[in-house]
Design a protein around this ligand. Structure first.
Ligand SMILES: [Fe+2]
Length: 282
C-alpha cells in the first residue's frame, strides 16, 4: 500500500490522505483505492479541487454511471451528476430542503433492477450546523440480527419502489407519469451477498415497500421494524461536511441518511454520481 490512510471508525471508513484527484490517478493507485473501498466501505478523500468533468471521470473508474430518472436534479452539463442544493435566486438559501427522502435511512438505487454500487459525492457548499451524512454498517447489521429474524427472513425478497418512497417523503413534488412508468417495482433479497467481498449484509432501507409472499401490511410492519433494528450506534459513522470534501461509499453494504439543517439560513450544495452494479443482488 502506498496511500497514506487514517481509519474513520474502528469498524469501517477510511480517510485517504494527501491524494490529489484533480487528475485521474494511475492504475496502481486506482486499484489500491478499489481495495480500500471493499475493505472499508467509506472512503474520504479530504478536500479536493474537482471540476464536474473530473468528478464524472473519477466515478467512471468505479464503473458505469447512473443517469437518474429524477432529471430535475441533473447537473446541466453532466447528467451523470445529481445535484442537490437549497441555493435559490440571488444565490441565497431558499428555505427548501431539496430531497426529503434523503433524511431517512436508505441505500441508493435499491429501486433499480441493477442497484447502486458506489455513490461518490463532492461538497460544493457546506453548512456550519446540520446536514451531516450518517452511514450504517449492514454487514454488522446482518451479524447482529437475531436467529429468529434470520429464520423469518431467510430467502425472503423485498419489493423496492422509488414511487413509494418518494410519495411518502416528498409528496409535494410528485414523480411525473413518465418517471413513475420507467421505475417499476423490483424485488431483491433481504439478505444479500456482496458480489466482491462475499460477505452477507441486510439490504432494506426506505425504498423497500413490502415483502414478496407476505400480506402487504405484515411486510410493511416488518420493514419498518427492521429499518430501526438494523442500525446500531456503534456501527455508524457521521460525516460532517466541509467545502470541497469528496467521499465515496458502498451501497451494497451500507445505509445512509442526511441530517436536516436550517435551509432558510444556510446554503448546502452537493453533487454526486452513483455507479450501478451490473450484477443483480443475490
Ligand atoms: Fe442517498
Amino acid at each position: 500500500m502506498s496511500l497514506k490512510t487514517r481509519q474513520l471508525t474502528e469498524n469501517f471508513g477510511i480517510e485517504i490522505i494527501g491524494l490529489d484527484l484533480s487528475t485521474t490517478p494511475d492504475e496502481d493507485v486506482l486499484r489500491e483505492i478499489q481495495d480500500l473501498f471493499l475493505e472499508y466501505q467509506v472512503l474520504y478523500f479530504g478536500q479536493q479541487k474537482l471540476s464536474a468533468a473530473s468528478h464524472v471521470q473519477f466515478g467512471q473508474s468505479f464503473g458505469k454511471l447512473q443517469i437518474h430518472i429524477m432529471n430535475q436534479y441533473h447537473e446541466s452539463a453532466h447528467p451523470e451528476l445529481y445535484r442537490l442544493s437549497n441555493i435559490g435566486e440571488h444565490e441565497k438559501p431558499n428555505g427548501i430542503f431539496p430531497d426529503q427522502g434523503t433524511h431517512v435511512w436508505h441505500t441508493d438505487a435499491s429501486w433499480e433492477k441493477y442497484t447502486g454500487q458506489a455513490t461518490i459525492i463532492f461538497c460544493e457548499l457546506a453548512t456550519s450546523k446540520g446536514g451531516d451524512t450518517h452511514f450504517s454498517d449492514m454487514y454488522g447489521a446482518y451479524a447482529r440480527l437475531s436467529k429468529e429474524w434470520k429464520k423469518k427472513l431467510k430467502d425472503k425478497r423485498a419489493a423496492h419502489s422509488l414511487h413509494f418512497s418518494r410519495t411518502r417523503r416528498h409528496a409535494h413534488e410528485p414523480m411525473t407519469n413518465e418517471q413513475r412508468d420507467s421505475t417499476p417495482t423490483v424485488d431483491h433479497p433481504i439478505f444479500r451477498t456482496h458480489p466482491d467481498t462475499h460477505k452477507k449484509s441486510v439490504f432494506l432501507g426506505d425504498h423497500a415497500e413490502h415483502i414478496v409472499g407476505l400480506p402487504y401490511a405484515t411486510g410493511r410492519e416488518w420493514i419498518d421494524e427492521l429499518n430501526q433494528l438494523i442500525v446500531h450506534d456503534d456501527l455508524t459513522y457521521k460525516h460532517k461536511w466541509k467545502k470541497g470534501d469528496f467521499l465515496a461509499w458502498d451501497n451494497r453494504c451500507l445505509m445512509h441518511k442526511v441530517e436536516s439543517y436550517d435551509a432558510a439560513k444556510e446554503g448546502r450544495t452537493i453533487r454526486r454520481c452513483t455507479i450501478i452494479d451490473p450484477r443483480r443482488p443475490n
